[in-house]
Design a protein around this ligand. Structure first.
Ligand code: ADP
Length: 486
């Protein structure tokens, strides 16, 4: 049994801002089911301590660069027996607000110290320095918040192998040289362009990209895209180098099929399956009622659940939907999200203009997310870039046809409803190429037209619902990767 230490700054259902949390719960569970001994390590945020049942203090350690010792707490991931280790430093993690800031958009001013501390604790556990009698074979880190851990481990000859997964390259953890100095990191070792330095700044992300034995990201297409200028953020040279070494791999995410299962989902009005597709219409009616929209079976309901940021193409959606509604098309938009105040404002303005066609809920609501997945006909994801995307995978499972831009994980999972693809029964959604509202608008019109052809629509729903979106293959791909770490 291989010992894998899985490090992440968010884990569902304890703390979540996006897809990272979902993956950080469902991948360890899948790996455990594949016979691995997995432990998750997470900061002991206030919300996590409040949500967890039994918690035991199992170790204490003084970390370089920090005055107060930190505790290691042990619990289990809810609804599983995967062991969870929490890094308890109340000064850094016991506060109200989100994991990265006190509202969805801002950052805590001490994030560099918070995640340097987290990374140092991860490295200490990985090196079995806490008397836990558990020596990791592999340390699997995720996103910039854990990036310093592979860098710190690189200093030990007898260290475990390290894997670093990029869930979103847009967030890198960049800080000044002064911050670097404050973290008690050795400049001779780390402050150079092949180390942590990135154009005179400290890059947490580079700790993973430069020092991990293997870098992965969450879809094959995104793995290629980040090696290019448009999505590489200046790191494309380093990433291309890692790809040439054979040390950059794209592995698509799976989903938690217990949590997202239309046949058993406790949040939705009526459970359904390919054999009981009529029940999906009851969810559509319930959704329309919930949002005080006219209950009309013929209206094409478009769902959107998203962080409201430019990445997700919210501006394109606002423009395209306004245009389509001005032209009097029979659609309804149901939107759940929070994020940039300008987008929240613009969505409210759109609703005020078309109150019987546009419904919005600003905020974060897990149950409502399930109800939208179950009740909508089409799921909108016109992302400018999308490393993997989970909502299109949930949508496939719920027979809600994804309408997406052809990028990243969306490109790898959605098959456009062209005539050829419909004929060979692979079509499961709608795709467009360029990030502009015209192409999005045309594609929504294509969906509106297709919705008039119930037999084709039904067939696409069945194709979508039959698609394998489980962790089965992806967990095996991670295992093969762990096997071959050099
Ligand atoms: P990202 O990680 O970039 O935000 P993903 O599609 O990978 O995008 O994952 C987003 C996750 O967050 C999904 O599980 C989605 O359902 C959830 N989510 C996003 N916004 C909300 C919200 N306002 N309410 C409930 N769930 C949300």
């Amino acid at each position: 049994m291989r010992k894998i230490l899985f490090a992440s700054s968010e884990v569902y259902p304890l703390i979540k801002t996006g897809g990272l949390a979902d993956v950080s719960a469902s991948l360890p569970i899948a790996l455990q089911q594949h016979g691995e001994d997995v432990r998750i390590v997470l900061p002991a945020y206030r919300q996590c301590l409040e949500a967890l049942g039994e918690i035991n203090t199992i170790a204490e350690i003084k970390l370089d660069g920090f005055h107060m010792p930190v505790e290691i707490l042990q619990s289990t991931l809810p609804d599983s027996d995967v062991i969870l280790w929490l890094i308890n430093s109340p000064h850094h993690f016991d506060r109200d607000g989100g994991p990265y800031g006190n509202h969805s958009d801002g950052d805590w001013p001490d994030n560099a110290a918070r995640f340097a501390l987290f990374s140092r604790a991860i490295a200490a556990i990985a090196m079995n320095q806490l008397g836990l009698d558990w020596q990791a074979d592999v340390l699997h880190c995720n996103d910039w918040q854990t990036g310093l851990a592979p860098a710190l481990l690189s200093q030990y000859a007898d260290r475990p192998k390290t894997v670093f997964t990029i869930h979103n390259l847009a967030y890198q953890g960049l800080y000044s040289r002064d911050v670097f100095d404050s973290l008690d990191l050795d400049a001779d070792t780390f402050w150079h362009s092949e180390g942590l330095e990135f154009y005179d700044q400290l890059s947490f992300m580079k700790g993973g990209l430069s020092y991990a034995d293997h870098v992965t990201t969450v879809s094959p297409t995104y793995a290629q895209e980040i090696c290019g200028y448009e999505f590489g953020y200046g790191l494309e040279g380093l990433l291309s180098y890692r790809a040439e070494q054979g040390r950059l791999t794209g592995i698509i995410n799976g989903i938690d099929e217990q949590e997202w299962n239309p046949e058993t989902d406790p949040y939705i009005n009526q459970t359904f399956s390919t054999k009981k597709l009529k029940n999906k219409l009851k969810n559509k009616a319930a959704l329309q009622q919930h949002f005080l929209l006219p209950v009309k079976e013929q209206s094409l309901v478009l769902g959107l659940i998203s962080r409201l940021v430019a990445q997700k193409g919210i501006d394109l959606t606002l423009e395209a939907i306004a245009h389509i509604l001005e032209a009097g098309a029979n659609i309804q938009l149901v939107c759940l999200g929070s994020g940039e105040p300008d987008f929240e404002h613009d969505l409210r303005v759109l609703r005020a203009r078309f109150p019987d066609k546009v419904a919005i809920h600003i905020g974060y609501d897990e149950a409502l997310a399930h109800q939208i997945e179950a009740g909508a006909d089409v799921f909108l994801m016109p992302s400018r870039f999308e490393p993997c995307g989970l909502n299109q995978l949930y949508s496939l499972r719920y027979g809600t046809l994804p309408l997406v831009r052809n990028t990243g994980g969306l490109a790898d999972t959605i098959v456009d409803a062209t005539e050829d693809n419909r004929r060979d029964e692979t079509a499961n959604g709608f795709k467009f190429e360029k990030s502009n509202s015209e192409e999005l608008e045309q594609t929504i019109y294509r969906a509106i037209d297709m919705h008039q052809r119930p037999r084709i629509w039904r067939k696409m729903m069945i194709t979508a619902m039959a698609q394998d979106v489980s962790w089965e293959n992806s967990a095996s791909s991670y295992q093969a990767l762990y096997d071959n770490l050099a």
